[in-house]
Design a protein around this ligand. Structure first.
Ligand code: CTP
Ligand code: MG
Length: 220
């Protein structure tokens, strides 16, 4: 079964606050986009990669990641994933992997694909939540302490039978989701988890980039 990975990289990186879109920010000498695409190919579990980038950076991205196909993304992450799905052709299995998770271990990517090959329809990497979690009112008063034993923080790549992901996106035309599996859940699909990895951390803020920089220097 053919596996195509879609890499949403069309965000602006507002919370990171640098003067280039986040996927084009350098980490230890290589852009986040190059790290993310490199990890996908290094897994040995992916046949083809499609990256979705801001319009004006399509040509620039092509020279950064020559093995990938590059298409323009959209205004919201869901629009970018839709653009990637349209370019994915006839892949049977699809991964969606944020460019903002550059240090994701190839072995974790392979785990997601192995679960799909084993028959799962939707697979997400997940980690236990370390912090105590509270539910609060809008002004910050505590309502309850949530039992964290049954909570997980989820990462990417998220893996799908292509038909199920396409159907979930078709069923929710205007829907915004930060998480592709969320759309599959809403469409009634079953989503399973595989162990995530702390190295698959998402770079959102300047602090995250500093952490990733230290990890990247130590790694390679
Ligand atoms: N993304 C995308 N298209 C969008 C918005 C986001 O492809 N219209 C991608 C980002 O490039 C990123 C991933 O989705 O790889 C996760 O999004 P996020 O971490 O929110 O990145 P940004 O949207 O770039 O950051 P911010 O929300 O701080 O602007
Ligand atoms: Mg965003």
């Amino acid at each position: 079964m053919t596996v195509v990975a879609l890499v949403p990289a069309a965000g602006r990186g507002t919370r990171l606050g640098l003067d280039v879109p986040k996927a084009f920010v350098a980490l230890h000498g290589r852009s986040l986009l190059e790290w993310a695409v490199g990890g996908l190919f290094a897994s040995g579990a992916v046949d083809d990669v499609v990256v979705m980038v801001p319009d004006e950076l399509v040509d620039g991205a092509r020279s950064l990641v020559p093995r990938a196909r590059v298409v323009p993304g959209g205004a919201e992450r869901t629009d970018s994933v839709r653009a990637g799905l349209a370019a994915a052709g006839r892949a049977e299995l699809v991964l969606v992997h944020d460019a903002a998770r550059p240090l994701t271990p190839p072995a974790m990517i392979a785990r997601v694909v192995a679960s799909l090959r084993g028959g799962a329809t939707a697979v997400i990497p997940a980690l236990p939540v370390a912090d105590t979690v509270k539910r609060v009112t809008p002004d910050g008063a505590v309502v309850a302490t949530v039992d964290r034993a049954d909570l997980r923080a989820v990462q990417t790549p998220q893996g799908f039978a292509a038909d199920a992901l396409r159907a979930a996106y078709d069923a929710a035309p205007g829907e915004l989701a930060t998480d592709d599996a969320g759309l599959v859940e809403r469409a009634g699909g079953t989503v399973v988890t595989v162990p995530g990895d702390p190295l698959a951390m998402k770079i959102t803020t300047a602090f995250d980039l500093r952490v990733a920089q230290a990890l990247a220097e130590e790694q390679r």
